[in-house]
Design a protein around this ligand. Sequence first.
Ligand SMILES: Cc1cc2nc3c(=O)[nH]c(=O)nc-3n(C[C@H](O)[C@H](O)[C@H](O)COP(=O)(O)O)c2cc1C
Length: 209
Amino acid sequence: MPDLFETMSTMRAMRRLKPDPVPDELIHKILQAGQWAPSGGNNQTWRFLVVKDPKVKKQVQVYYKRAYDEVIGPRYATSAPPPGSDPERYKRQHAAVEYLTDHYHEAPVWLVGCLRDGENPGRSAGSSIYPAVQNMLLAARALGLGSTLTTRHINYGKEVDAIFGLPPDVHSYAILPIGWPMGNFGKLGRGPLREVVYGDRWGQPYQGL
Ligand SMILES: Cc1cc2nc3c(=O)[nH]c(=O)nc-3n(C[C@H](O)[C@H](O)[C@H](O)COP(=O)(O)O)c2cc1C
């Protein structure tokens, strides 16, 4: 198993997944990693939904695709490559995003990160579920499974939460489509660290890099 830093530095968004089943014991390990995460006041108000039912996944994919057609696709078509990327690489990212949009429901397992956050959650609510989501992504990577943190369904959050049968005081914050990757894990593309780190005050260089 790769060490933690190797795992983190190669945990790319893996959007092309095989439909082959994933053993339940691996899903168990991923869920356990999720539950090891911190939560505000140790409240542990997370809930994890394991979705395998093709009908449920397909219903959600319709909204995921609608949000792509309405918002995400046009944005990709007109935006510049992010730091650490280039036009070619960004084009490949866009193609992979489009691929996942069309094949979202074919991932054999989805792990949905939910939170019992009340009927009107505030700005900090997600901070108690995203550490668990990241733990699950790292665990999947360590086990050789591919996934991507996806939140696009939140554009149709009400509709999707109803499909999942969530009560009114529970919301879904992330869907992780999980499966065996078609491609290889590889080095991440990010901009220079010194461009995003300051020392003591905003805009001042941090000398430790
Ligand atoms: C908050 C958040 C939401 C995201 N939502 C989606 C999504 O809905 N669909 C998707 O394909 N990727 C989604 N991503 C994945 C990002 O696009 C991905 O992390 C980014 O392109 C960097 O990819 P890399 O880690 O492979 O370099 C999301 C990532 C984050 C952090």
